[in-house]
Design a protein around this ligand. Structure first.
Ligand code: SF4
Ligand code: SF4
Length: 86
């Protein structure tokens, strides 16, 4: 499932450059994750990079975007057609 950023976000921007899919951007009152680009880091890392660096634990799984590992891998392949998943 894609991750989302909660209202606890303090807009420090630490997560933005860590996302391998460029899924994170600055929103109106906090940073936001594009669910069409978030693969939970599947294909790149075993842990979610945004959640790893967030100082206030604002990056959490989004229950509104439930996806299987296979679906996340398919998203990875669509976003990075010339890359092999790790
Ligand atoms: S979980 Fe990974 S892919 Fe999803 S927004 Fe965070 S860093 Fe990006
Ligand atoms: S690292 Fe956390 S607090 Fe900083 S912008 Fe990202 S979600 Fe917000």
């Amino acid at each position: 499932m894609a991750f989302k950023i909660t209202e606890d976000c303090i807009s420090c921007a630490a997560c933005e450059s860590e996302c391998p899919n460029e899924a994170i951007s600055e929103g109106e009152d906090r940073f936001v994750i594009d669910p069409d680009k978030c693969t939970e880091c599947v294909g790149f890392y075993n842990t979610q990079q945004c959640a790893s660096v967030c100082p206030v634990d604002a990056c959490v799984p989004d229950p509104d975007h439930q996806e299987t590992k296979e679906q996340l891998l398919a998203k990875f392949k669509k976003l990075h057609p010339d890359k092999e998943p790790k």
